[in-house]
Design a protein around this ligand. Structure first.
Ligand code: PGA
Length: 260
């Protein structure tokens, strides 16, 4: 069975001092999270400091982006090798904010997914439709295109090593989350596709997270859906008690889904 995963995406927020305070509060509030894996993704500038705070704790470190080369003349970029050296285990790839505002293309995203895997990082491939695409009935087409493009060039068994995050663009930072039924429908569709791209058995092991306005008061209803394997949390991950509540609720709902 899939262990739920809750990831905090801190985006471009916080001073170093604030990152330290937040990481310390999350570490101290989640000493032994049971039945859930917890990851925080601070800005690059805070990765080393947060990594030191989390060392020896069950909370894992992730990054928000990476380049696809291990090193080279890429001014301003950070390589997956550099992230692995800092102790990162996960890296977000293809977040809609990067696709939309920073010109991230499907082709680059697929290179990043492969580079992350090559350096022992788990890529968290983000997919999701815009409000317009949903209105036009293009939700499945959009996420299917993004998933197929993101895994281009990968062997089927490598696909089994990624995490997928369904993040409808209209739900990110808006306070309007997808309903559990809306999210579960897309997750089910994505899992069907993963079966095709890998195997039925492997697809059952891949975690599909939901992201977009997840908060403490909707986390349990979302995680109660058997197809939703956790949350990618933006805004609400900047508040330690709120993030800890999301982790606890997700763990509890996941245990109920597994009949524990
Ligand atoms: P949000 O962001 O929780 O603030 O909506 C989610 C994300 O962008 O990963």
């Amino acid at each position: 069975m899939r262990t739920p995963l809750v990831m905090g995406n801190w985006k471009m927020h916080g001073t170093l001092a604030e990152a330290r305070t937040l990481a310390t509060a999350i570490r101290d509030g989640l000493k032994r999270p049971r039945g859930v894996e917890v990851v925080v993704c601070p800005p690059f500038t805070a990765l080393a400091a947060v990594g030191e705070i989390l060392a020896g704790s069950p909370i894992r470190l992730g990054a928000q982006n990476c380049h696809w080369e291990a090193s080279g003349a890429y001014t301003g970029e950070v390589s997956p090798a550099m992230l692995a050296e800092l102790g990162c285990r996960y890296v977000l790839v293809g977040h809609s904010e990067r696709r939309r505002e920073l010109g991230e293309t499907d082709q680059r995203i697929s290179l990043k997914v492969q580079a992350a895997l090559a350096h022992g990082l788990t890529p968290v491939l983000c997919v999701g439709e815009t409000a317009d695409e949903r209105r036009q009935g293009l939700t499945f087409t959009t996420v299917e295109g993004q998933l197929r493009a993101g895994r281009a060039g990968m062997m089927p068994d490598a696909v089994g090593k990624i995490v997928l995050a369904y993040e409808p663009v209209w739900a990110i930072g808006t306070g309007v989350n997808a309903t559990p039924a809306q999210a579960a429908e897309v997750h089910g569709y994505l899992r069907g596709l993963l079966s095709e791209l890998t195997s039925k058995e492997t697809a059952q092991t891949i975690r599909i997270l939901y992201g977009g306005s997840v908060k403490a008061d909707n986390a349990d209803a979302l995680a109660a859906e058997p197809e939703i394997d956790g949350a990618l949390v933006g805004g609400a991950s900047l508040n330690a008690p709120g993030f800890i509540a999301i982790v606890r609720k997700t763990a509890r709902a996941g245990a109920a889904v597994r009949g524990e």
